[in-house]
Design a protein around this ligand. Structure first.
Ligand SMILES: [Zn+2]
Length: 337
């Protein structure tokens, strides 16, 4: 049986830098030793209306935001994009609860984006074409993933250069490059962002899978979406220093891919992939469609579609740049009685 211990009013104010939204009320509730956010109290402080259907589905809305959660589920939807939580959303004695870790490392940075302190800026982007050399990645008919990722990386490089960024490719030919070396190359080039490009293939359990997935680093101590068993095995990794930026980058990329290219939304996910673990700059790994799906495969093999993918990724990176470089808004006046 679930034991519950309720901690009384625990209010924190977000640092002033984040947005003009009213300061959030963070009332902590502890269930089975894990800290959760009292979602109703928080939603009231953010002027979000909470509607539940049978305490199974929860919808939080206002003029700007639409947040959807399901009880006992790690699937959420944040402003139209699927995001996988680290821990299931709970309805505990009728009270909707989101883990404080998911609040701090996902919901808060998406609703109140972190800003770079001036003069920091996004100037150099490291693009990491997945696989290469002895590692072909997934097969794609006569092609292999390693060639497709390099073709896409070159298209993306061209567009980012055109948009005024400096660009580093972690490989420029069919070379074997160690996974640990890739973020090191980015760090040496003083890259401000790291974007790893891959194409996907379905496993036997999900053979009809199609669409886009974007991964960012799992917060310290939490389970990964792609490996729920790895919880707690590792503490904070170098990439966890950028948790708030990582999720923002991943969400921006997934939002553009899903909306602009109209493929299935498989969500922003968490992983401790080697290239994400040691990246010292905000990083995401993008799965740009399924080579195992005949329709997506045929599309991915065309030069035209890779240009569309590159254009969409460029726009996502520009949006991320604009978001984190924007000056913080002044705090809004306090809510009336
Ligand atoms: Zn891959």
């Amino acid at each position: 049986m679930r034991s519950a211990c309720i901690t009384l009013l625990f209010c924190l104010l977000l640092s002033a830098a984040s947005s003009a939204a009213p300061s959030p009320t963070l009332r902590r509730v502890t269930v089975d030793g894990r800290d959760y956010l009292d979602v109703r109290a928080w939603a009231a402080s953010q002027r979000l209306q909470v509607v539940s259907s049978g305490e199974k589905e929860w919808l939080l809305t206002n003029q700007w935001q639409r947040l959807a959660f399901k009880s006992e589920s790690i699937r959420s939807e944040i402003n139209g994009i699927t995001v996988w939580l680290c821990y299931p959303f709970l309805a505990h004695k009728g009270q909707p609860l989101l883990s404080l870790l998911d609040y701090r490392t996902m919901l808060s940075p998406l609703l109140h984006p972190p800003r770079l302190p001036p003069p920091a800026a996004i100037r150099t982007v490291a693009i990491d074409p997945g696989h290469g050399g002895r590692d072909p990645g997934f097969p794609a008919g006569d092609e292999s993933e390693k060639h497709l990722t390099l073709q896409l990386a070159r298209e993306l490089q061209r567009r980012l250069l055109g948009a005024g960024f400096k660009v580093l490719l972690t490989r420029t030919a069919d070379d074997t490059v160690d996974l640990d070396l890739r973020p090191q190359l980015a760090r040496k080039a003083k890259a401000d962002l790291f974007v790893s490009l891959h194409f996907n293939a379905a496993s036997s359990e999900s053979k009809d899978a199609r669409g886009f997935e974007v991964y960012c680093l799992t917060p310290a101590g939490a389970p990964s979406t792609n490996d729920p068993a790895d919880r707690g095995r590792v503490g904070a990794l170098p990439g966890n220093l950028n948790d708030r930026f990582n999720i923002l980058l991943a969400h921006q990329i997934q939002r553009h891919l899903v909306r602009d290219l109209e493929h299935a939304d498989r969500g922003v996910r968490r992983s401790r992939f080697a290239v994400l673990r040691s990246a010292t700059m905000p990083a995401a790994l993008v799965e740009c469609g399924f080579l195992s799906d005949p329709d997506e495969n045929a599309q991915i093999l065309t030069a035209e579609y890779k240009k569309e993918l590159a254009q969409t990724l460029t726009q996502a990176i520009i949006d991320y740049q604009r978001t984190v470089q924007r000056a913080p808004s002044p705090p809004a006046p306090a809510a009336g009685p």
